[in-house]
Ligand binder design. Structure first.
Ligand code: HEC
Ligand code: HEC
Length: 283
């Protein structure tokens, strides 16, 4: 109450608010640079509000002089992309996968645009770039279970695949016979093993042991393992003993390639066939 009358610091420009004898509030102006930034930011807000949409109203908003909107810009740029893609997509729709492959421009387009479809639908099982995962076949090689022509690949993706091999342990083969067959397969000499013919392996894996695309029966002679494990000999024995997708054996292997005919459009399946073929198709 008495500070105003008895300002002990009269010449320093304080506001006259003094506490505890000497704690006082000064009336210094803000620095120039600060004031300029302050006015500039006000000018910016006004300018921004004139140009861009800004203030929400009860059922609308201030639109700004340019009429720009984020969603409008998004739509315009998607339309631009669509316009670039459309001629390609239209051509692809009328062509078979094989014809697309034969056209360098279109197959380059599919290679670029198929990456996202592959990433969203296939990479979880087959690995990025088709590099494979334990239990899921590598697509980026020229070793095919179900055949590597463009038509075969397209059929695989459309309808899915599920290899079947009956379990051979128990009544079919003794453990000693399984050992013999497994070692012969491991060493790449299975077709010379008499059990291969007498126990019916040949019927599915073929006289040359190279498998049959119609059945997806693996090539047993090339050292590329469909079911690969750190102890490969044990893995081979396991497959022979318990089979593949044999519902009567709980330890059977259970690979399943899902059908995509209800999940992807025909157009996208075609693209995926071309995309996968370019990894290493042909045979
Ligand atoms: C849920 C896992 C899964 C997904 C997702 C999946 N696949 Fe497969 N795919 C498999 C399995 C397992 C096999 C092997 C089937 C077998 O051994 O009988 C396979 C086999 C294949 C084959 C045959 C390979 C050969 O050697 O003949 C092709 C081609 C293929 N997949 C392509 C694709 C494409 C393209 C997609 C995406 C559109 C896809 N797959 C998505 C699991 C999957
Ligand atoms: C009814 C057909 C059928 C018969 C009979 C059959 N297999 Fe198979 N076999 C398959 C199929 C199909 C696969 C691949 C399954 C898959 O990947 O989906 C396979 C896979 C294998 C594999 C796995 C190869 C790898 O790369 O990991 C081995 C090993 C094998 N068979 C050995 C044999 C032996 C040995 C016999 C005879 C005792 C035999 N098979 C009889 C259909 C058969």
């Amino acid at each position: 109450m008495s500070e105003h009358e008895h300002n002990p610091f009269p010449d320093e420009g304080n506001t006259g608010h003094i506490w505890d004898d000497n704690l006082r509030e000064l009336a210094n102006p803000a620095p120039n640079w600060w004031m300029m930034a302050f006015y500039a930011s006000i000018a910016f807000v006004i300018g921004y509000g004139l140009i861009y949409p800004m203030i929400p109203l009860s059922d609308s908003y201030t639109k700004g002089l340019t009429g720009w909107t984020a969603i409008g810009e998004y739509k315009a740029s998607t339309a631009e992309v669509e316009a670039v893609r459309k001629p390609f997509e239209d051509k692809i729709a009328k062509m078979s996968a094989k014809e697309i492959l034969a056209d360098p421009e279109l197959s380059a387009y599919v290679e670029a645009s198929g990456k996202v479809i592959f990433g969203d639908n296939c990479a979880a099982c087959h690995g990025a770039g088709g590099s494979g995962n334990p239990g899921f076949p590598v697509l980026a090689d020229d070793d095919w279970l179900y055949g590597g022509t463009i038509e075969q690949i397209q059929t695989t993706i459309t309808n899915g695949r599920q290899g079947m091999m009956p379990k051979m342990g128990g009544q079919q083969l003794t453990d000693a016979e399984i050992d013999k067959l497994a070692n012969a397969i491991y060493n790449g000499t299975v077709t010379k093993e008499p059990l291969y013919t007498s126990k019916g392996c040949m019927g599915c894996h073929g006289p040359d042991g190279k498998g049959m695309a119609a059945l997806g029966s693996a090539n047993l002679t090339d050292g590329i393992w469909r079911f690969s494990e750190s102890d490969q000999l044990a893995s081979i024995k396991h497959t022979i003993k318990h089979g593949v997708n044999d519902a009567s054996d709980p330890e059977t292997r259970k690979p399943k390639m899902p059908a995509f005919k209800d999940k992807l459009s025909e157009q996208d399946i075609k693209k995926m066939a071309v995309y996968v073929y370019k990894f290493g198709g042909g045979k």
